[in-house]
Design a protein around this ligand. Structure first.
Ligand code: GDP
Ligand code: MG
Length: 460
């Protein structure tokens, strides 16, 4: 206990001793991939719980930004600058004040870069998804309330990770995020598109199973580092989009396979953009002693990086699952169910992911509807005096809960909705039975007490 206290005080001292972000928060391992014979995926639920269930996040819709791609290609480096940008623009769970607000978001020119582990040499790192241990809070002009999560991937496409493992992590991060950044070097290759294959398979199933034209994923941003074709396409978003559109064009002379990959990718993501990043300079790229200070980064890189961050947060859109905006606590439920689907050795069938997503959505919706019912009846607990009162109250509360269930967006087919509604009614009626029994016995007791009192009074 004492040791816990000392550690806790130490954490507090450290977190208030400066305004650098790493001193405030640290990355946490969200999902861990154990390699070897049993390549299982573990969700560190206890470690991340507070990042989803904290009361400050209640009713906030989520935005999840994730980055994937080969190791040692500057992903974590970029995410750490993104964290500085976010701390300068949004309050967070741990800091209510903005740090280096506005144009000064990059901080001191010689400040070492901290945050996610970056520049880790060849030594082995834990593979999986790393979540930043803080959540940014954005209140929009039209009363939108968002919780922004930042996710990094580690250990992908190194020499020891198998293709199946890569695909699993890649797919999981795509399923969890609302903005996926695909970080690549120099040029876009066909095989990089192949890594979106699973996501596109899911898309194909999802769009035929759902009676809507919704794309399953939202934003994909292809981020090309060390772009060297600047004579043809300029750095930044405009050049990038022109390049990407050309690359994704479907042409007659292409093989069927190349054409279908392109078609699927376009149908999987609502928006696909591309940014071409300049070379950051020799110090960043090769100097072993480089500590991340921005004074040593080429100006061009800083300009485009700022353009990229402004673009990413210009207009926030919540993460949607089957057309419904997801809240913080719900996101954890979905992450859980995705991890379950990916636990086995083989890749899960798109069908099973779709079904478990739908099941989870219905169970969240049903739990909320039952909560509404219970809340409605218990708020009148003291005011019922007859069995008719109880029945009346029950019907009104049931009506409220069912109206809520009906008004919320549905997933799956009409039959799924119908069956779950039936299940909800059964649950409410079960609740009613118990509540009625308890309330009637309370009423009876009250009545008995009353009669007893009257009898006593008459005796006197
Ligand atoms: P990650 O494994 O993809 O997360 O890569 P890191 O962020 O750890 O960076 C690996 C190395 O790449 C570091 O030495 C960085 O200084 C360097 N680096 C960062 N950004 C760039 C870039 O845009 N181009 C080049 N050539 N190197 C970069
Ligand atoms: Mg990294």
């Amino acid at each position: 206990m004492r040791l816990t206290l000392i550690i806790f005080s130490l954490i507090i001292v450290i977190s208030y001793s400066g305004n650098s972000i790493a001193q405030k928060q640290a990355p946490v391992q969200l999902l861990q991939l154990a390699t070897g014979n049993d390549s299982t995926i573990t969700l560190n639920e206890e470690v991340v719980k507070n990042l989803f269930l904290n009361s400050k996040l209640k009713d906030r819709k989520v935005v999840v930004l994730s980055i994937v791609g080969a190791f040692r290609k500057g992903k974590s480096f970029l995410m750490n600058y993104l964290l500085r940008y976010l701390y300068a623009h949004y309050p967070s769970l741990t800091s209510t004040e903005l740090i280096n607000e506005g144009d000064d978001w990059m901080g001191e020119p010689e400040e070492p870069l901290t945050g996610f582990d970056w520049k880790s040499g060849v030594e082995r790192v834990t593979k999986g998804l790393i979540l930043w241990g803080d959540v940014f809070l954005h209140d929009g002009p039209r009363n939108e309330k968002y919780a922004i999560y930042i996710m990094d991937t580690q250990g992908l496409f190194d020499t020891e990770t198998t293709t199946a493992e890569n695909s699993k992590i890649f797919s999981l991060s795509t399923l969890i995020s609302s903005i996926q950044i695909l970080n690549i070097f120099n040029l876009l290759h066909e095989d990089q598109l192949q890594y979106l294959q699973f996501a596109t398979e899911y898309a194909r199933f999802g769009s035929s199973a759902m009676d809507s034209d919704k794309t399953p994923f939202q934003d994909l941003l292809v981020l090309i580092r060390d772009w060297n074709g600047v004579d043809e396409y300029r750095y930044g978003l405009r050049g990038g989009n022109a390049y990407l559109n050309r690359f994704l064009e479907i042409k007659d002379h292409q093989s069927k396979e190349l054409q279908s990959v392109r078609r699927y990718i376009k149908s999987s993501f609502k928006n696909i953009n591309c940014v071409l990043m300049p070379y950051p300079g020799k110090t960043v790229a090769v100097d072993k002693r480089f500590d991340g200070r921005w004074i040593s980064i080429d100006d061009d890189f800083v300009t485009i990086m700022t353009e990229l961050f402004n673009h990413l947060f210009k207009e926030l859109k919540p993460k949607m699952i089957n057309g419904k905006a997801i809240k913080s606590d719900e996101l954890l439920v979905f992450i859980n169910s995705y991890v379950e689907s990916f636990k086995n050795d083989s890749m899960p069938e798109a069908v099973s992911i779709y079904e478990s997503t739908m099941d989870k959505q219905f169970s969240i919706l049903m739990a909320k509807s039952v909560d509404l019912y219970v809340e409605a009846v218990s708020s009148f607990d003291g005011e019922v005096s007859t069995e008719q009162d109880i029945n009346k109250l029950h019907l009104a509360a049931k009506d409220k809960a069912l109206k809520y269930f009906n008004s919320e967006k549905k997933f799956g087919s009409n039959a799924d909705g119908f069956n779950h509604r039936k299940e909800l009614i059964a649950k409410i009626d079960e609740n009613f039975k118990q509540w009625k029994a308890v309330t009637l016995s309370q009423l009876r007791k009250l009545q008995e007490q009353k009669t007893h009192r009257i009898e006593q009074e008459q005796l006197l």
